[in-house]
Every structure is written in C-alpha cells, then in structure tokens.
Write a protein that binds this ligand. Sequence first.
Ligand code: SAM
Length: 300
Amino acid sequence: MTLQRDSLAGAAPPAGIAPADFARLSALIEQRCGIQLPDSKRVMVEARLRKRLQQLGLTSFADYWRLLADAQRREPEMGPLTDALTTNKTDFLREPAHFQVLEQSILPRLYRAGVGGRTPLRLWSAAASTGEEPYTLAMVLDQWGRTQRPFDFSILGTDISTRVLAHARQATYQQSAIAPLPEAWRQVYLLRARGANVPAPYRIAPALRARVRFGQLNLMDPDYGLPERVHIIFCRNVLIYFNRQTQADVARKLTRNLLPGGYLFVGHSESLHGVDLPLASLAPSVYQHQGFPAASRGAA
Ligand SMILES: C[S@@+](CC[C@H](N)C(=O)[O-])C[C@H]1O[C@@H](n2cnc3c(N)ncnc32)[C@H](O)[C@@H]1O
C-alpha cells in the first residue's frame, strides 16, 4: 500500500470524471444524502475526490465509479464519499439575528411555560457540522439561564458526516474560528487546549460540553428516531443543497419531531414558504409549530 502510494506521488493527477459517471455519481449522492450536484459542481467534486482516489490507490475516476457501482464495495465507501462531498462551512454566532430572537422572544416565552425551569429545554441542531452552532446555542442558553434559576437544557447535535462529528466532539478550535465570540464569553466558555496531539489551541469548557451530545443522523432517513420531541430545532444552511421536494419532506419530518408550540430555525437564505405544514412565521426564517391534528401526532 505504501509502495503504491509512493509510486503515485509523482504521477499525473487523474483526468476528469466522464460525464456519464458524474451523472451517476450525482444521482447516488442525491438519493442518499439529498445533496444536488449539478454539472456546474463537477470541477469541485473532482477536486474534493482526488485525495480520496489517492488514499485508495486508484488512478482514475472510472475506477472509482466501478468501486461505487459494486454494491458490496459501495457501502463502506459511502462514509468517506459523504465526508468528501458535504460542505461544512459554519461559524460561531453565524446569522446572529437568530440568537437575538431566541434570547429576547422565545426563551422568555418558553420559561414562562415552565420550559428550562420545571422541565429541561431540549434543543436539536440538525446539521451541526463541526460544532460551532450547537456550542453557540449552549453559550446563549447558559448566558440567558444566568438570569433565571433554575435553568436546565440539553442540546443534541447531529450531522451526516462522521468526520465533522469527530471534530465537534473534540470541541477544539483555531484562533480564527473563535473570533466572532465576545471576549467575556471566551473567558467563561473556552480553555487553552493542552497536549502534544491537540489540533487547535482552544477547547470548549467541560461544563458546556456536558450540555451537548452528538450523533450521526441523515436527514434523508425516513424516521429520525429521536427519543423525544424537542422544543427548538436549528436546521440551518443545509436545505439549500436539497431539491424543493426533499426540502418539503425534511421540513415535514423535522416538524414531527417538534413539540406543538416549538420553534424551527432555518438558514436566512432558506424558506419554507409554500410548504404545507402547521408552521407560522415568527421572524425571518423562524417558524412556530401550530400543532398537528391529533391523528398525525406520532413522531416521524
Ligand atoms: C453548511 S453546513 C451548516 C452548518 C450549520 N448548521 C450552520 O448553519 O453553520 C451543512 C451541514 O449539513 C450536513 N449535511 C448535508 N447533508 C446532510 C444530510 N442529508 N443529513 C444530515 N446532515 C447533512 C453537512 O455535513 C454539513 O455539515
């Protein structure tokens, strides 16, 4: 294997993906992950897959497609393929208006109804990427909770990509990543990461990490299998990769995992306008669940 890799090191990069193979690959990705890969993404896909071909010791995209066409060899490859083709861009405090709506309007309402006090608040970040979104939410909730005692919450972060989930669980970040966080929050919620193998200098403090757990979940799954419905869902900047029908299907399944009266946040450039669901618009890209008819109340 090492020999093979070495012998490839100086070799010319593989030629591009043949149009027919690209069409099959994008159909496979859309079917499994929901992500659309139009022809305009071909160069990006080639660039992202070159490293994977090298790791596998393959010299052409045709060989890679032959691997994916073989059902037995395809399944173990779906994880690395998904890791390579998902776009994981995220930031701490991304789209800050959402956190203002949360703190100024939604948390007081929920708290008055006993959520966070009598019962813990449950929040789900459904495309959590490397963790910046769920940890931002944990900071916002913790800050808000400092004004209300007792205040209890838990956050579930899920993503399709195991690579980003490993990063999220490790919770270490570069200086550039933590830049959006106010200095006062950095003092409370970040520690200097120590150890020879630490990949980045800052780590989320243990008390905050204890509030957030992570798991793999594909939004294309027919049943999300959450143990309980939640009060708030953040599903931001992932629906944009899906076609309209998939967006509607995912929104329906998310809504079924939301408690009546709960809140759904999508990305600022995403809209559920025209999707037939019991959701009322509360603020730009923030929706409130209006309650299902009793017959369809089962969780998706
Ligand atoms: C652009 S990031 C958005 C991260 C974060 N929500 C934010 O707004 O900053 C999109 C994330 O969606 C994940 N994703 C893509 N397809 C998915 C699917 N079918 N199920 C679950 N997660 C998916 C990707 O792995 C990626 O981490």
